[in-house]
Design a protein. Structure first.
Length: 226
């Protein structure tokens, strides 16, 4: 006799999925999580928006005041004393930090406080060109300016312009030169025949200089560095 064979185990039907383990997320649970809509943001109140605009505008005004007090300032040219370099009605930007970083240089166009002796107008500041430096001797002779006996080259003056002091209190003659004290500079307008400058009120103190005019900003068709 032959031994009876073991019966084959019944196969598990492929169409019947096994049940998920205890605690396992189902597909429905995942779908429910990913399709949840975010909460809508609350609109800003009128008070909050107003405060933000006030802070922005206030910050801009404060920045402008700081720049004007410390760095740059615009000046209007009220006369023709610096013609043709500057004309009446021009506007220039003045660097107020220049002379905190370096000395005043000959040829610089500077804005300075009106000298105390000049009280005939209500304009508080003047603009001229630096011609003489501290310790130098200025002589005006033959239509030219001499510094310490040497003819001063002035390429910024138009051809044919002469410098005289016939009608000025300070003649700066060769036998009696005008001496620039330490801490002062000698300034003159480029329009030598129509400029009330150091020939009239003498040297100015360096401490009275507001800053160096470095760019002409108006009118736009003459925009450029000075």
């Amino acid at each position: 006799m032959t031994a009876p064979q073991d019966p084959q185990p019944d196969p598990i039907p492929a169409s019947e999925p096994s049940e998920p383990a205890s605690g396992q997320d189902t597909g429905d649970a995942v779908a429910a999580t990913t399709t949840a809509e975010p909460k809508a943001k609350k609109p800003k109140s009128a008070v909050t928006s107003t405060i933000e605009w006030v802070l922005v505008i206030g910050g801009a005004i404060l920045l402008a005041v700081i720049v004007k007090m410390v760095l740059l300032q615009a000046f209007y040219i009220p006369s023709a004393s610096m013609y043709p370099t500057l004309q009446k009605g021009d506007r220039v930007l003045v660097n107020k930090l220049s002379y905190k970083l370096h000395d005043v240089n000959r040829g610089d166009v500077v804005v300075f406080e009106r000298p105390p002796s000049e009280t005939a107008t209500n304009i508080p500041d003047l603009i001229k060109r630096v011609v003489g430096l501290p310790g130098e001797q200025v002589v005006i002779e033959g239509g030219h300016v001499y510094i310490d006996g040497q003819l001063l080259a002035e390429p910024y003056l138009p051809e044919g312009v002469t410098t005289t002091a016939e009608n000025a209190p300070l003649k700066c003659a060769r036998e009696a030169p005008c001496v620039v004290p330490d801490g002062d500079v000698w300034v003159m307008g480029d329009n030598r025949n129509d400029s009330k400058d150091s020939r009239y009120f003498g040297p100015i103190e360096e401490s009275s200089i507001v800053g160096r005019a470095f760019v002409l900003v108006w009118p736009l068709n003459r925009l450029g560095l000075l």
